[in-house]
Ligand binder design. Structure first.
Ligand code: HEM
Length: 137
């Protein structure tokens, strides 16, 4: 385990993003996992996908064992300057049009509910009226 704590910028770390040179960031620490790619029980693909971003969540989501966490020390190369890590990309809050559509549909929804109530009543009324007229004849 490297004992010096070199601090990298995110962009420096992100350059190491291929099979022959792969660094990942977990909990603000940088790991050179190039030699581990082939051995990683979860496969090399996930590690390569974890490069060029903060992989902390991905790593935690898997629920790695304590022995996996101990292994990490072997690949530690330094820290990352957290202020250089870009915001999470592609988060889209629920879009405005969808919210508007919802409101509109709930407005017209109440009209439909009234009709659903009135139409059977009208049919019933008609049926009674017809019966009444027939009896009269
Ligand atoms: C230096 C970093 C890492 C080390 C030393 C490491 C080590 C290990 C080890 C030892 C296992 C076997 C299961 C266990 O003991 O928990 C494992 C499984 C796995 N790892 Fe990693 N890992 C690292 C990073 C990552 C990252 C960044 C991801 C991204 C998603 C990842 C995804 C997985 C997956 C999907 C499995 C398979 C889990 C399963 O099938 O049960 N690992 N890893």
């Amino acid at each position: 385990m490297a004992s010096d704590s070199k601090v990298f910028n995110f962009s420096e770390v992100a350059k190491h993003n291929h099979k022959k040179d792969c660094w990942i960031i977990i909990s603000g620490k940088v790991y050179d996992v190039t030699s581990f790619l082939e051995e990683h029980p979860g496969g090399d693909e996930v590690l390569l996908l974890a490069a060029e971003k903060d992989a902390t969540e991905d790593f935690e989501d898997v629920g790695h064992s304590d022995s996996a966490k101990e292994m990490m020390g072997k690949y530690y190369v330094g820290k990352v300057d957290l202020s250089t890590i870009p915001e999470k990309p592609n988060y889209k809050p629920p879009s405005q049009p969808a919210a508007l559509q919802h409101n509109q549909s709930s407005g017209s929804g109440s009209a439909v509910k009234i009709l659903q109530f009135l139409v059977p009543l009208l049919i019933l009324g008609l049926a009674y009226a017809l019966q009444y007229l027939r009896k009269k004849d």
